[in-house]
Structure formats: C-alpha cells, structure tokens
Design a protein around this ligand. Sequence first.
Ligand SMILES: Nc1nc2c(ncn2[C@@H]2O[C@H](COP(=O)(O)OP(=O)(O)O)[C@@H](O)[C@H]2O)c(=O)[nH]1
Ligand SMILES: [Mg+2]
Length: 694
Amino acid sequence: MKVYDAQSLRNVALVGHSGAGKTQLLSALLFDAGAINRFGRVDDGTTVTDYDDEEIARKHTLSASLAYAEWNKTKINFIDTPGMANFLSDARAALRVADAALVVVDAVAGVEVSTEKVWAAAEELEVPRLVVLNRIDRERASMERSLESLRSVFGRTVVPIQLPIGEEKSFRGVVDLVAMKAWTYAADGSGKPTEGAIPADLADAANTAREALIEMVAEADDSLMEKFFDAGTLTQEELVGGLKRGVAAGRIFPALCTSATVNIGLQPLLDAVLNYVPSPAERPVKAGEDKTVAAADSGPVSAFVWKTVADPFAGRITMFRVISGTLKSDSTVHNSTKDTSERLGHLVLLQGKAQTNVPEIKAGDLGAVAKLKETQTSDLLADKAVAYRIGPIKFPDPVLSYAIEPKSRADEEKISTSLHRLQEEDPSISYNRDAQTKELLLAGQGQSHIEVTVAKLKRRFGVEVLLKLPRIPYRETITVATEAHGRHKKQTGGHGQFGDCKVKFEPLPRGSEFEFVDDIFGGSIPRQYIPAVEKGLQDARMRGFLAGYPMVDFRATVFDGSYHQVDSNELSFKMAASLAFKDGMSRARPTLLEPVMDVEVRAPSDYAGDLMGDLNGRRGRIGGMDTRGAATIIRAKVPMSEMLTYEQHLTSATGGRGSYHMEFSHYEEVPTHLHGKIIAAAKAERGQEAPEEV
Ligand SMILES: Nc1nc2c(ncn2[C@@H]2O[C@H](COP(=O)(O)OP(=O)(O)O)[C@@H](O)[C@H]2O)c(=O)[nH]1
Ligand SMILES: [Mg+2]
C-alpha cells in the first residue's frame, strides 16, 4: 500500500438527508475508481460503508465510516455519514476532519431537513461544499427544480457545473460546463462513459449555464471581477483557478448530477473532487482561536481522533486524521489530551470494516488503529513538543430517555460496561441510574436512536434489555397561599417527643423551585431546631402530595411554633414540619405540572394540514409556520407526554418524508381532567407502596 503525502490526498465527507443516496453513491464511486470489484447495493446490504449488522438490517447508515479510492494518482478518503435526524452528530464529527463536504441531495425531494442541518454545520466549521444532485434517474426528478430549492435556501452561490443529459428514465449522461464536453453512458449500468461533444439540443442551455457559471466565479473573486468586466468573460484557466479558489473559500458551491444506482456521472464527480476540493496541503487545520497547523509530514507528529468504534471482538477502533508529521506503526505516542502514553500497534487504512496494514500515515491522511487503551474521541495523539490543542467535537445533549431493564442476571452484570463502550462510540447517548426510582435510564436523541442503541447492546454484546416508555418527569405545585400547623407529640413514659410549627405556603412563579424562610422572632422555636424544620419540609416536598412528584415553585415560611424543655429534639421538629406540609397541601389546591417541549416538524407541504391537526390533538399550540421550497416547517409547543410516540406517527403519516426535532421548553399546569389518570398511574407504578409514614 502506497503512502500518500498531503498534495496527493483529498478528504471528503458525504453528508445530507437520509435516503439521498450517500452510501449508494460512495459504493458506485469506489467501484468506478477500481477500489472494489463488486458493485455493492444498499438494497442488498452489500455496500462497503453500511457494514454493521444493524445498518444492513435497517438499510440506513447509523454511524460514520471510512473508505478510500485512488483516482489519478490521488488518494481520496471518503467518510460516509448518517442522514437521519437522530444520528447527525456523526456527520458533524466527519466534517471536523474533512476538507470538503459532498452534500448529497435527492433530485426528487430537493432540500430536506437534514440537508439544512448539515449545511449549517459545514458553514459553522467553514468546510467547502460540492452539491451532488443524485437520483436524477427517478420519476419526478429534476435538476432545475432541485437547484431552485437549493438556491432559495442557501443562496445563488449554489451553481451548476454540469447539466444532465436526459432526466428520469432517460438520464444517460452529463454535460461538463467547465470543459464544455459531454459524458454519455451506455444503458447497461457498467458505468463506462464515452467522452464527446455536447448534444446539439443542449448546446444553447449549456452556453447559457456556462455564462452564468463564469459570472458567479468572477463575482466570488475580486481579481477576476475586474478581468470579467474588461473582457466580458474569463479564460479557461481563470475559470478553473477561480472556481477552485471560490470553492476553497466557501464562496461558491458547484452542483453536479448523478445516479448512484444506474451508475451515471461518477467519473466526472471524482474529477471534480480532485480539481476543486482543496488538498490537506492547501487547508491547514485550526488549532485554537487563530492558530493553524500546516500538513507537513516532517516535524512533530499529531493526530486528532474524530471517531471511536466499539467492536466486541477487535476491541476499540480509533479513527484519526494525522494533522502534522508522520505517524508510525508499532510506535509509542503521547496522548496530550489525557497526558498518558499509548502504544500503537498496526496502523490501518479502512475500507468500510476491512483493514489494510500500513507502515506509516502522513499528515493530511485518515487512518485508524485498534486496541488503544485510554484514547477517546476528540483526543489529540501528539509528541510532547506539540503545544497546540484541537477543540473537542461537540455532541448534542440527549433529548429523550427510556427506562431499560435487563432481562436476566447475566445481562444485568454486563450492562454497564457495554453501555460504556457504546457511549464511547456514540457520545450523544448517556445513561444513569435514577436516584429516586433506581431505574436505569438510557437517554438519546430520539426514539429510533434509543432503539438502535438497544439493538446494538444485543447484537454486539449479547445484552438483552426491556425498553419501557420514558417516565414523564411531572412536578407538583400549589395554586393558593395558606397557613398550616403541624404538631408532633409522643409522651409515653420516659423521654417524650415534642415539635410544633406553623408554616405559611405561597405559590411562586414557574422555575423558582423552592424557598424556605425563617420568620421566627422571640424564640417560639429555638434556633437549633430551625434547620430540622427546613429539612422536614424539604423531604416532604420531594415526596410530593398528589402523585409523589416533587413539589416545586412555592415558598414555605415558618412563622410560629412551640417547644418543650425536655422532649423537643430535631427529629420531632422534622416530623412537625412534615405534618404542617400535609396540612397545608390539603388547602393549597395542589396541581400537577408537566414538561412542555419545543417541537419543530418539517414535511412536504401537502402534509402540513394533517400534521397541524394531529399536533392540536396532542394538546399542542402551533407557534408558527414557514415554507422552504416544497416543504413546510411547523413550530409548536407540545406536552412531552404526547410526544413519546410521535416519531412512529410522523413516519407513517408522511411515508418517511417528515422529520422533527424537539427540546425541553418549560413546565406547565396539567389540565385537571387528566389528573386522575396520572395519579392512578403513579400509584400503580409505585406498587401500592404506602406513603412513607412520619
Ligand atoms: N433510483 C435511484 N435510487 C437510488 C439512487 N441512489 C440511491 N438510491 C436508493 O435510495 C435508497 C437510499 O440510498 P442510501 O445510499 O442508503 O441513502 P443515504 O441514506 O443517503 O445513504 C436506496 O434504496 C438506494 O438504492 C439513485 O441514484 N437512483
Ligand atoms: Mg447512508
């Protein structure tokens, strides 16, 4: 295996909405470049990058993976990424080490939710982009309509450098607007194009499109702007050079068209990657605010870990980009993030799951190594001489949690270590044991994310768990102010117990939690017992009153009481406070609070009416609507309890074309007609457990 230096490398991440054809496209690219000799298909489970059992079963990419091909003496590293909303964190991680994104768009659907998400991520990380309009062979596909949709959302800097020859069933090739020639494909799917003149019926369209391209390139580059005004056009050299600079600067986004299943347009796409994507030599890596590191293959070595895979057999697989220097197999390297040293075994190149050993990997290249002991995602493996740091990859906080219950004793024992390893692979999940209920909670980005995690637990680690609908973290609060009295007295021979307090309870605004005020003057309760009163109230409020949920957003003021010289003690005052709480709650008109989510749903506009009706039925309040090309975005506030099964509903209601995102917004009162059900469910769940006696 050759070792490549930075000039002869390109690193691209395939990103975009789920189903646009990223994985299939990569399979075709690898085949046409001669890197693999079987044309793998997503539909048969035979692609290089959807190799995980779970991905094959679901026909969806769930995790980022690597592949590479040599094209024209240049090694192109590809990162295939997931497009489903719950799994986008890996697309973001990939963009951290790619020098450009291939934003793959379905030419039938145009811009979709994840298209916008990955575009925004690339924008934020300043990653150049090429747009690939894929699935041009499909019924109702249109390069023109898709481009309109792209330009309406991302601006007119998205410009075609190709035109399709035929569309839908008759798609058979592409016109290259830079070289002004045509690539035509035989109908046999062999992917072997013939190069020729532009078909006569496309000549006018091609000339117009080329002029538009020249104008955009001139606009993106001040020095070319003048030449363009003087000459009215650009030379071929100026066009090619300007396009390359414009792409690198993120000022122009060339669009190409392909069919990944019929195998059309892949060679021109590979050429475009070579010609327009900056090599690592041209794109130094950011290390902190204003420091960049050039991809020099001599000097101190550093490699940034962007992804970890938990393989139960091969162990941990660590994927990195060499930032500078040359990383060697069988060497020891410092982990500067953790300040430990790591022994590297064989360095490998990954073609999906297939590993090829290499002696060394140079700056700018992507590779992997198995069985590191402590290194994790976002760590920097670097010589001690390296002083810079590379910022950690940002992972989203979990939005939804489920309770999981091991099926057997054996499962119980393995569950924590297995979850720990899965979390290393996917830092957008988290798990913890609920202190109150002792349940093991698994949190993630949504229902399908949790389900996939549970499926991985089983397939990879043999750990089986039952998944229970997440508990809604209800709260309780009071609605009117009241005064209450609690007296605890036991005088049965020997030492007695005596505590007595009067407490005022008042509602506070949402989000205030709890306030305790000591308003005792003149010693009706001695100083030393006040903390016991507070503790008694705290404990009582955490146990709730109506349904056992913590009572929040109120103030408790202890203003009077009495004591006994001999019998009073802390425990007695704690109990008196608890009795005062119960007494107060019986008159303070307690009620239930529920978490309300900010929800954003996006779907083709045809579905908007039905989706809004459904959200209303879920007690949602519609906050606004936006259109994006053929899609509508609906924003609403909806109680969390109504959203637990939303993912399934949305998928079936829109044939998989809708998606949504939600996050916690605030707590709100539960309508009274729903109280009975929640209280009954809470009691049943606590297993008839008698309320704790005080
Ligand atoms: N007709 C057609 N189908 C395609 C094309 N590219 C991908 N597909 C199909 O679209 C589906 C999703 O493809 P996949 O590569 O998994 O999309 P990804 O989610 O973006 O990775 C699969 O059934 C593919 O066979 C294409 O160019 N034309
Ligand atoms: Mg995929």
